[in-house]
Design a protein around this ligand. Structure first.
Ligand code: MN
Length: 261
């Protein structure tokens, strides 16, 4: 990077910091690069705009019955979070049954149906009381998981990244703006495989609400516009194989469907 660009970028970063809502990396978009890198975008329902995804955060064990089935105590211990790479997003258009590739390396590939909060504001140490002001809208998604690898790595006290953070592992629907969807504090969340109900719960069974998740996450990392949060899955996660069709639903959002191929 030559000096002129360096100074130019410095001033852009500074301007962003003053504005308080520009993500780091804005200045890099001005940089000359030897090849293009594609960004990750999700359609926004009712507009011709796309939601730009900055980071994908996921909360673990956020429904008591699911925490128990994963072998842990569902008491209200502090929440924990992990990330998926941004380009792990697989957007599924409303009404479609998208092909979802069965990943390599696993023999126990699991679905996890989840509400996803999409942020247009961020910050550090955000109070619970104002956390929902950060939410731009919501959608629904599947936190797809190589369960065998997640468990094996956990048993060996290694990072479980290979079980959670791989290509196509963040299946997601279109973003619904807050004005269309409202906030989600209750309502049915269910998932079927080949028409048979597998997961069936209520969003009000979350241990940590979306507002609490935003507040807690912002203690660990500064949050920025474009960050999205998978808010955890209810109990009865389970395996799929090639040929299976997953259909998931959250009250107030259109259904999401994929076929495992
Ligand atoms: Mn999950």
């Amino acid at each position: 990077m030559d000096r002129r660009l360096f100074f130019q970028n410095s001033s852009l970063v500074a301007a962003g910091a003053v504005a308080g809502c520009a993500a780091p990396g804005v200045a890099q978009q001005q940089a000359k690069t030897p090849f293009p890198v594609v960004g990750t975008y999700i359609p926004i329902v009712g507009t011709d705009e796309m939601f730009p995804v900055r980071r994908i955060y996921c909360i673990g064990r956020n429904y008591a019955a699911h925490a128990r089935e994963m072998g842990s105590d569902p008491s209200r211990e502090p929440p924990f979070f992990f990330q998926k790479p941004t380009d792990a997003i697989q957007h599924v258009p409303t009404g479609a049954v998208a092909d979802h590739p069965y990943p390599t390396l696993t023999k126990n590939y699991h679905y996890e149906a989840e509400l996803v909060a999409c942020l247009s504001r961020g910050g550090r140490n955000i109070p619970v009381g104002s956390a929902l002001d950060c939410v731009y809208g919501y959608t629904l998604g599947l936190d797809m998981t190589r369960r065998d690898l997640q468990r094996a790595m956990g048993d060996e006290k290694k990072p479980w990244e290979i079980g959670k953070s791989f290509d196509h592992s963040a299946v997601i629907g279109a973003v619904h703006k807050l004005a269309q969807s409202g906030h989600f504090t209750q309502g049915a969340i269910w998932l079927k495989v080949n028409g048979a109900i597998k997961q069936n719960a209520n969003l009000n069974q979350m241990i940590w609400s979306v507002a609490e998740q935003i507040a807690k996450l912002s203690e660990a990392n500064e949050l920025f516009p474009g960050d999205i949060i998978y808010s955890g899955t209810p109990e009865n996660v389970g395996p799929v194989v090639r040929g299976d069709v997953i259909e998931m639903h959250i009250d107030g959002l259109p259904r999401l469907s994929v076929k495992i191929v």
